[in-house]
Design a protein around this ligand. Structure first.
Ligand code: SF4
Length: 724
């Protein structure tokens, strides 16, 4: 034992509602004397001194605690300090600290503390609004002013040597940057951030990882102007050094508490678990500190890695996290044999901190690092999308070669030869046809034995018409027509059996809608368009086409206004809308990994809703195309991750897709909320919460490859910048 917390005054002049002494499960303070008697102080000092001597400790720390220790008053405080110094100071170096709300920190009191070399830690939760959430007087009045007055004294040249730092209990509703700045303004030598005490029976109301990460990044960007014990300890444990706090790390606990009646107890945080949880059954009158160490309750805390739950022992960050604070593992069903109730938060924070050393770019032909990072940040403008489109075209061409080489492809040898010939004579026309989204869908079906090779002739015919080439190609009609990708459906009702450029008047053209910089086809006839998982509409009526034309203009304006960071990419890559059969309950939309550039979407009269669907789905398109180039998820990953937008746990790649798509949606709701549109702030908060949690789950899973980690790190950085 190197640290002894003495509860010298049980009562407090504040009534903070997050106080674990008065407000949590343990209520033993009620049966204890308000003030630690001189006799208890003397006996405690004797126990500490004999422990230091027996263990040959070069120093011990004593923290005067409460309640509020300054309520002791100067006379009694002097008495306590005198006893401690006389008894312990003769044996070993004594470091005395005092934890206070600073309300009773007057000049005479500060003189006394200075005289005895006591260093003072002050409890402050941030700016006035943050501090007022919990740290109030019994009548509800704010204590902020008084605490700041005490801090001003400690900041002065004379009393600065007595200033140990600030202890801040986190409330995730406070803005972390405002809290950080308020704490920094008090010029503390150190900051302690305390997660509010919680257990699996009483879990925290909000996730905390995001809050901590934002503050961590700001602190890092500021050049770490003040030590923050939690962050410093996680950095230390990452490097294999000991932690400076019981809150993280697997170092053995070295803290004992002496209550005002002389009871030896476990650390105060245990009071949050259940009534009497901190008790050991020993007192300073009946047991030495060595006997305390042998008590079963204390031995568990001393057992390091072996004392952790199986989940923690198997955790990749256990040596940094150490299962979190002992008390935070408690559940009335399974005791302390659990990970911390802050497990996800700790994992997320550790992942973010460890990712400050960026994952090296492993390289990918045709995909520059800057383009990858641009896409990974969630955006990706026209340049990035053009690269993805070019890669998709290469994939489609490779698939066509495979189709032509397959045994069934030989039946279409003439069409293949013509297509190859046209590729030399009219490459732009071939490119236009081969980049039609459903060409790849068809090729994949053929190669998986589910489609015929007749389509090869349709492609050649489409190219021939586009190139106005004077050639003949035999096509096989289906349902009285032939669909020519990019052009439309060639009706054979009037007996046409071959086509060339002179006969394109027989086409029912595919409808194309152009709005500003967006040009899309309404694909209602391609026989391979039904690839989105929902039934596609066939043969739009003129009225339905007008409906689409009417809604697409305002929808696109909404995209450019609400999602300016995504619009250029959408305009560059979205070529095709496949109208889906509407559903009475939900707005349907979908993408297919095989159909780059196409989005399936059911018509909606609401352009704002349509705008969100288009942006959301194009995020899937971009990520799908990137996944064709780079493995972001380990191919044999089996992790299932919890995500807010689905009731079931998802494979890592689905979680990544969802996070990527919902990031853009969150950004759109943010834009609307910032304009003050009613009801939009709730949507924004929900989406932001989802993606903030999901990106942590991804970052801490074992499912990511090296490029995947780099991708998720950048995605996390973007999410983190979204205002809370
Ligand atoms: S992150 Fe969770 S599982 Fe890992 S050591 Fe910490 S509490 Fe245990």
């Amino acid at each position: 034992m190197r640290q002894f917390v003495l509860k010298v005054h049980q009562l407090c002049n504040l009534a903070c509602d997050h106080c674990y002494v008065y407000e949590h499960a343990d209520q033993t303070w009620r049966d204890r004397p308000a003030i630690m008697s001189a006799e208890v102080v003397r006996q405690t000092a004797t126990r500490i001194a004999e422990h230091a001597a027996r263990r040959q400790l070069s120093a011990v720390g004593v923290v005067l605690h409460g309640g509020e220790p300054l309520l002791l008053g100067a006379t009694r405080l002097r008495e306590v300090l005198t006893i401690l110094h006389r008894s312990i100071g003769a044996t070993t170096a004594l470091d005395v600290r005092l934890q206070t709300n600073a309300i009773r920190l007057t000049e005479p009191m500060a003189e006394l503390l200075l005289e005895f070399g006591v260093r003072v830690g002050v409890s402050l939760d941030g700016d006035e609004a943050a501090n007022d959430r919990h740290r109030r007087y019994r009548n509800g009045a704010s204590s902020h002013d008084r605490t700041l007055r005490g801090l001003a004294l400690l900041r002065s040249d004379r009393y600065r040597p007595a200033y140990a730092g600030i202890l801040c209990t986190i409330d995730a509703r406070n803005d972390p940057i405002a809290v950080y700045e308020a704490l920094l303004a008090e010029e503390p030598p150190r900051i302690d951030l305390l997660l509010p005490h919680a257990t699996w029976d009483n879990p925290p109301e909000a996730p905390h990882a995001d809050w901590l990460i934002r503050l961590y990044r700001r602190w890092l960007a500021d050049g770490r102007p003040v030590p923050i014990r939690l962050f410093d300890s996680l950095r230390a444990t990452a490097a294999g050094r000991p932690s400076a706090t019981e809150a993280v790390g697997i170092d053995r606990g070295d803290v004992a508490v002496v209550e005002s009646d002389g009871s030896w107890e476990q650390p105060d945080s245990m009071k949050t678990t259940f009534h009497g949880a901190a008790a050991t059954g020993l007192t300073v009158f009946t047991a030495s500190a060595d006997e305390l160490l042998a008590a079963p309750a204390m031995r568990v805390r001393q057992s390091g890695l072996a004392g952790l739950s199986a989940t923690c022992r198997a955790c990749p960050v256990v040596r940094q996290c150490g299962g979190g604070l002992f008390a935070h593992r408690f559940s009335s069903a399974t005791g302390f044999d659990n990970p911390s109730v802050y497990c996800a938060d700790l994992k997320g924070l550790i992942a973010a901190m460890n990712s400050e050393t960026p994952v090296a770019w492993t390289g990918q032909p045709g995909l520059p690092e800057s383009v990858f990072d641009d896409l990974a940040s969630g955006g990706g403008g026209s340049d990035a999308v053009a690269r993805l489109a070019a890669a998709q075209e290469s994939i489609t061409r490779a698939l066509l070669v495979a189709v032509a080489d397959a045994p069934e492809g030989r039946t279409a040898a003439a069409a293949w030869e013509l297509l190859s010939e046209l590729d030399r004579r009219a490459p732009e026309a071939v490119r236009r046809v081969l980049t039609h989204p459903f060409v790849r869908v068809w090729a994949v079906r053929v190669l998986s034995g589910a489609g015929g090779t007749d389509r090869l002739a349709d492609l050649a015919a489409a190219v021939a018409v586009l190139a106005r080439a004077d050639v003949e190609v035999a096509v096989r009609p289906r349902d009285g027509g032939v669909h020519l990708p990019t052009l439309g459906t060639l009706s054979l009702a009037n007996g046409v059996t071959s086509v060339n450029g002179a006969h394109d008047h027989v086409l029912t053209p595919t409808v194309t809608i152009a709005r500003d910089d967006l040009t899309v086809r309404l694909e209602d006839a391609d026989p391979y368009r039904d690839c989105h998982g929902w039934p596609a509409v066939g043969g739009l009526t003129p009225a339905q086409v007008r409906d689409w034309e009417r809604v697409l203009g305002p929808a696109w304006q909404t995209v450019t206004r609400d999602a300016p960071g995504y619009a250029a990419g959408v305009a560059a890559g979205l070529t095709t809308i496949t109208p889906l059969v509407p559903d009475a309950e939900t707005l349907r939309s979908a993408t297919s990994r095989q159909a780059f550039g196409a989005t399936g979407v059911a018509w909606s009269p609401d352009p704002r809703a349509l705008a969100i669907l288009l942006v959301h789905e194009f995020q899937h398109t971009k990520l799908g195309a990137l996944l064709d180039l780079v493995d972001l998820v380990e191919p044999d990953a089996t992790d299932l991750l919890r995500v807010g937008w689905r009731p079931d746990a998802r494979p890592a790649e689905s979680a990544l897709q969802g996070t990527y798509a919902h990031l853009a949606v969150a950004d759109m709701w943010r834009a609307r909320a910032e304009r003050g549109e009613p009801g939009t702030a709730e949507h924004y908060a929900r989406y932001r919460g989802w993606i903030a949690e999901a990106v942590i789950a991804l970052g801490t899973s074992d499912a990511l490859t090296e490029p995947g980690r780099r991708f998720v790190d950048r995605l996390a950085a973007t999410i983190e910048k979204l205002p809370v």
